[in-house]
Design a protein around this ligand. Structure first.
Ligand code: FPP
Length: 250
């Protein structure tokens, strides 16, 4: 259903303001080809580059992708090592892609666990794209919603103690106030969450922010995801009647 403020593309579809993606299926993509899992992640990075550009061209305002979860450290040392290597390489590549498409990049997640050079790379990616005025590309790395919420509670509590907040002031905290302590502070909530590879799970992704998002699950593995699949997801989103807990409009 379209709203007056929606961005409408040349084919009449309403473009979601914020799309979030759980990119899944890299490992299976590689295994089906008899390749090491790392090759699936490499191909996944290539797909990510093209989808960032496609979303920017379509007029999406925020694209948030799940690159590495707080739980992904449990994978084999070899796989985590391969992902970190790719992360280093693609962060530099992403600066170029982002600048070509007027995209501002921002990271969410707890970055102190990454090696110092990766943390520097993250700062560089953010700094070198910060003046771009088009889409915001949000990369969730070492991200987990529960971790994010706990970190937000810690931040709020420390601030409350330091500033000597009264019980009355604490009880006045609203959902909107609290959201400013999350990594996604200042961003609109996702309208559409896409998950590739046919799994019906949220996997600790944007739990707070996706309270009223529309979900779209595709069996396509992330390395095979492309603009055509993205448009299918957006077309499906266009068929949804969003009620945000209210009643269906007659
Ligand atoms: C899911 O596939 C994907 C990941 C665990 C992360 C891969 C992310 C990227 C390639 C984007 C770039 C991000 C970084 C950090 C380089 P899977 O391995 O869970 O697939 P499977 O379910 O088929 O095993």
């Amino acid at each position: 259903m379209q709203n007056p403020n929606d961005i409408i593309d040349s084919e009449g579809r309403s473009i979601p303001k914020h799309i979030a993606i759980i990119l899944d299926g890299n490992g299976r993509w590689a295994e089906r080809r008899g390749l090491p899992r790392a090759m699936g992640h490499k191909q996944g990075c290539e797909t990510l580059e093209t989808i960032v550009a496609d979303c920017a061209r379509l007029g999406v305002q925020y694209l948030t992708v799940y690159g590495f979860s707080t739980e992904n450290w449990k994978r084999s040392q070899e796989e985590v090592g391969a992902l970190m290597k790719l992360f280093r390489f693609y962060m530099t590549k992403l600066i170029k892609v982002a600048n070509e498409h007027n995209v501002r990049a921002r990271m969410i997640g707890e970055r102190s666990r990454f090696a110092p050079d990766i943390q520097e790379g993250i700062c560089r990616l953010e700094n070198e794209t910060k003046d771009n005025t088009g889409m915001t590309f949000v990369f969730a790395v070492n991200y987990g919603s529960r971790d994010e919420i706990v970190r937000a509670i810690r931040k709020y509590t420390i601030e409350a103690i330091r500033s000597g907040k009264s019980e009355e002031e604490i009880l006045a905290l609203t959902e909107q106030d609290f959201s400013l302590y999350l990594d996604t502070a200042g961003m609109p909530d996702p309208d559409l969450v896409i998950r590739t590879s046919g799994e019906f799970r949220i996997s600790n992704y944007l739990l707070w922010q996706s309270a009223y998002a529309e979900y779209y699950i595709t069996p396509v593995l992330w390395p095979d995801f492309n603009k055509e699949e993205l448009l299918k997801a957006i077309d499906n989103f266009n068929t949804r009647e969003r009620r945000f807990g209210g009643r269906l409009k007659k």
